[in-house]
Design a protein around this ligand. Structure first.
Ligand code: 3YE
Length: 210
């Protein structure tokens, strides 16, 4: 049974999908701890209800990004996790943090990477006239949303969509793709080798969406 630490900043709907997948046995792992950088994150209640250790480490209590990330790293290390999962955790992580957890740090991003790194992805996809959008699970490297992609799911964008209806469609795919990737990781089938993600030692394709 692998140990997973999940980092959140808010509602924690992806966290809930992961907790459910652990409870059903789909993921051979246990969410040992959930850490939020915001005290009012509803995901902390989800964590508590699922029997995970729930923590708040507020970035506002620290005077630098480096000191926060070091404290976060030390808190995570107490649980000695096999995997650290960002699930709506809205902070850019320092290179020291990323290096410390290299190869065991995953994020889910609401776009078909490498398109639309950063924020407001649904609005930007609509404004660009894209017919296709989606989400990407990737290993975290120093470059924001730039690490090797493991799995993507596509959704259509219809002419009467707005950012909210698209977000809803993308969320449904996030709740399927993230647990699947975490399942692979906990089975020992998934690893990171530099800018490549390997599944069963085979390189996964890095898509280039123009
Ligand atoms: N850090 C690195 N590489 C990555 N963090 C995330 C992915 C990822 C990463 O691939 N090095 C929002 C955008 C960040 C933002 O600017 N946040 C602010 C704080 C805002 C607040 O706390 O209210 C900041 O300065 O970090 C996860 C996604 C990060 C999105």
């Amino acid at each position: 049974m692998k140990s997973i630490v999940v980092l959140i900043s808010g509602n924690g709907t992806n966290l809930q999908a992961i907790l459910d997948a652990c409870a059903s046995g789909f993921i051979a792992g246990k969410v040992t701890a959930v850490i939020s950088n915001k005290a009012d994150a509803y995901g902390l209640i989800r964590a508590h209800e699922a029997g995970s250790s729930a923590h708040c480490l507020a970035h506002s209590d620290f005077d630098s990004r480096e000191s926060y990330d070091l404290a976060l790293q030390q808190l995570i290390d107490q649980f000695a996790p096999d995997l650290v999962v960002l699930a709506g955790f809205m902070r850019i992580l320092t290179s020291g943090f990323v290096q410390h957890f290299s190869g065991k740090l995953l994020n889910i991003h609401p776009s078909l990477l490498p398109k639309y790194q950063g924020l407001q992805t649904h609005q930007r996809a609509i404004e660009a006239g894209d017919k296709m959008h989606g989400c990407s699970v990737h290993f975290v490297t120093e470059e924001l949303d730039g690490g090797p992609v493991v799995l993507q799911a596509k959704v259509p964008i219809f002419s009467d969509d707005d950012a909210e209806t698209v977000a809803e469609r993308v969320h449904e795919q996030e709740y399927r793709t993230y647990p699947l990737v975490i399942r692979w990781f906990c089975q020992g089938r998934l690893r990171q080798q530099g800018q490549q993600a390997l599944l069963d030692d085979e390189p996964l394709p890095q898509y280039g969406y123009a």
